[in-house]
Ligand binder design. Structure first.
Ligand SMILES: C[S@@+](CC[C@H](N)C(=O)[O-])C[C@H]1O[C@@H](n2cnc3c(N)ncnc32)[C@H](O)[C@@H]1O
Length: 276
């Protein structure tokens, strides 16, 4: 790990978290804690230095964190370009707004996309690396993880890298079984596990505050499975996607415009003046 100015790093990530929409728990939007975001963004910036990177979902805003840490002079490496694909328009808009404000919209784009849909042709096999922190698949034996990483495999070129962030707790059997099956799937697609940072990150997760995730870095050795076009996900795979009895059935989360973005929403408080 490289050394950096802790105050400058946390202030930069604070800019990023201030910009994020409130997470929707029903879609597994559960944000990573700030110190772990600093370390994760620095790790990604170092591993994917100079690369074109596709993010399959990015509620945490690790994409913006990596670019902003660099723009603020905290680190001196980072991706050449980033494309974020997410089904939540609030997240897409927040990425566009932030990158315009801080002057790096030439390095990051964000678009509305649901993993159940075919990957856009203009993204297919164009990227040097993918990153994903998907729903962790506790209730569907990892199926939601597999759908996200399969899109990652499709997004990248032949000699590519990938980074998967999923639950990792040696004493919780489902996390180990999903991790094992995810690594097997990556092997089947010609990727090896190049690096693994176990039990790294904590989340704002009320019902499991100590559940950590790992970073698993993949490197493609051979394009064993290589599709020239992308197809929709079979609906049989939608059950329990976001948890027990919570299937994948929403296409997009749409943003409702609000005048005071990044500040308290005006329906959450009222103002009372002195009488008389
Ligand atoms: C599911 S969350 C996983 C937890 C992660 N810590 C977070 O909150 O971002 C990851 C991202 O996937 C996005 N996402 C969820 N379902 C999706 C879908 N069907 N297609 C595309 N993106 C999706 C969410 O909007 C979020 O930004």
């Amino acid at each position: 790990m490289t050394h950096f100015d802790l105050r400058a790093a946390i202030n930069a990530i604070s800019d990023v978290t201030q910009n994020r929409p409130q997470p929707l728990r029903e879609f597994d939007q559960i944000y990573m804690k700030v110190a772990d975001m600093v370390l994760q963004a620095e790790f990604l910036a170092r591993k994917f230095d100079g690369l074109d990177v596709a993010f399959i979902g990015d509620g945490d805003s690790i994409s913006l964190s990596a670019l902003h840490l660099r723009a603020m002079g905290v680190i001196d490496c980072g991706p050449k370009s980033i494309q974020v694909l997410d089904f939540d328009e609030r997240i897409v808009n927040s990425i566009i707004r932030f990158s315009e404000k801080y002057g790096f919209s030439d390095r990051i784009t964000a678009r509305l996309y649901n993993v159940a849909d075919p990957l856009p042709q203009e993204v297919l096999h164009t990227q040097d690396a993918f990153y994903t922190n998907p729903p962790w698949g506790a209730s569907n034996e990892g199926e939601s993880v597999f759908i996200f990483i399969e899109r990652g495999f499709e997004a990248v070129k032949k000699n590519a890298l990938g980074m998967l962030v999923i639950a990792d707790a040696p004493d919780i059997p489902w996390t180990q079984s999903v991790l094992l099956r995810s690594q097997r799937l990556a092997n089947d697609h010609g990727f090896l596990v190049a690096e693994m940072l176990p039990e790294q990150h904590l989340y704002h997760l009320d019902d499991a505050p100590n559940l950590k995730s790992c970073s698993c870095v993949f490197r493609r050795m051979e394009p064993k499975i290589w599709s020239e076009s992308s197809i929709p996900v079979d609906k049989d795979r939608f059950a329990n996607f976001y948890g027990r009895n919570s299937p994948l059935k929403i296409h997009y989360v749409r943003a409702r415009s609000t005048l005071n973005y990044g500040k308290a929403e005006d329906h959450t408080y009222s103002l009372e003046q002195w009488e008389g």
